[in-house]
Design a protein. Structure first.
Lengths: 250, 250
């Protein structure tokens, strides 16, 4: 039987995992998926991922890729894999892809969403999925500053030092800050779409936007922070819990 | 200093607790609150609760009562207690109440909400807060059956055997079944308001409504199930995860 390539769409609550990527001796999303796929197919299967999400980061639409030689129809993979996974991971879709398909290079666009809760009472039923920053944030200032990130720029100011990739130039298609009320809580959602992201880029952008919302900087300083090409010019790193990889397009 | 009575409004994610009520050697919401209140006030404080929610059941508006002699202003209690609590419990409000106030007898109305997810993919970021029942449910049948529960009735058919209270007559003011779409998921919310609830009553009602939604019974059989005054006449017990105590009115 020929091996075929299957692209998986994967959702997870990252709270109880040390991130996506396999690391010896600790629990990761990738390793948990490899075990499920190996158990289903009956031979060793490796699950490649499009984004190495960090510890505590969530996904509604991570992309995974497996190569398998099995009579199991592709359409049965989501249910069969999900049945073999813990309750905080699910495979929501599966489709056959061309042998030439490249899970990382063929990405055209990704969307991340970051959720802030700004009201005083702790949002106990969403605390795993937000950053709780009680207090007043100037949303119009955050919205104005976010627009300075749209376009093709060097995003080095928003890349944590651990990033070893060569070019730090990326294109951000959208960076929208919106408010949402859900009594008794008041939320701010920050959606960022781009053709790729540097290490910790969205969390560094969000931390900087929160600093701007608190008045540490004026929104028109965002362009200078971006152009400094220096991580120390930007704001704090927002915690992982508020971040979710919404989808990846090819 | 005179002791004063303070009513607390408490929210929690019940997933990681063995229910509300203190039991030796296991982690409960009540015990965790007692420790926080004792630490804040500096002397032994007991936190009484209006509803003994079961293991895994959540609350947005549980009522608690403490009696304290302390110079700490009542308005400072929510923040000060929440700071001493784990991230899955919060005290969202505090107010002084009359010495004659009775936390259990003075209740006039409670609302519970039960959340079902009926779409196939597992809702990983809501799995702690719903019952995942993938498949078609006949919502109009559930809505019609729910109306048979409104009014003053003997709800013995929906009380688990463990209930030792004498009267099983209660008044249900509302029992509404509504649908909600939040791509890719489809949710059904069941809201029940009543002047009081028997042990497991909402979960037994929900289990029965799901059986009706699946066609096990016609909606017009709900009145007969109710009037049987026999637990075995009703449907399955819905799991705790989907249940949330929304509020309690006095």
């Amino acid at each position: 039987m020929f091996k075929r390539k299957i692209k998986l769409t994967i959702a997870y609550d990252g709270t109880d995992y040390h991130g996506w990527q396999i690391q010896p001796g600790i629990r990761t999303v990738q390793e948990t998926l490899c075990q499920a796929a190996t158990s289903l197919v009956g031979s060793q299967v490796h699950v490649h991922g499009a984004s190495r999400t960090d510890a505590g980061v969530h996904a509604k639409g991570q992309s995974g890729l497996i190569e398998v030689a099995t009579p199991i129809p592709t359409k049965n993979f989501p249910r069969a894999l999900t049945d073999r996974l813990p309750s905080d991971i699910a495979v929501v879709d599966a489709c056959d892809v061309d042998p030439s398909f490249d899970l990382i290079r063929d990405v055209t666009r990704k969307r991340y969403r970051y959720t802030l809760c700004v009201t005083k009472p702790r949002p106990v039923m969403n605390i795993r999925y937000c950053w709780h920053v009680p207090g007043d944030l100037q949303v119009p200032a955050m919205q104005a500053a976010a627009q300075a990130l749209v376009g093709t720029h060097d995003f080095k100011s928003f890349a944590s030092a651990a990033d070893k990739r060569q070019s730090s130039i990326r294109t951000v298609f959208r960076c929208d800050v919106t408010e949402r009320h859900d009594t008794p809580h008041h939320w701010i959602d920050i959606e960022v779409e781009g053709n790729g992201f540097l290490y910790n880029m969205v969390r560094n952008i969000v931390g900087t936007l929160v600093d701007i919302g608190r008045g540490r900087w004026n929104p028109d300083q965002m362009a200078a922070i971006r152009d400094a090409a220096d991580r120390t010019a930007a704001g704090q790193l927002a915690p992982a819990s508020g971040l979710c990889l919404e989808w990846i397009r090819y």
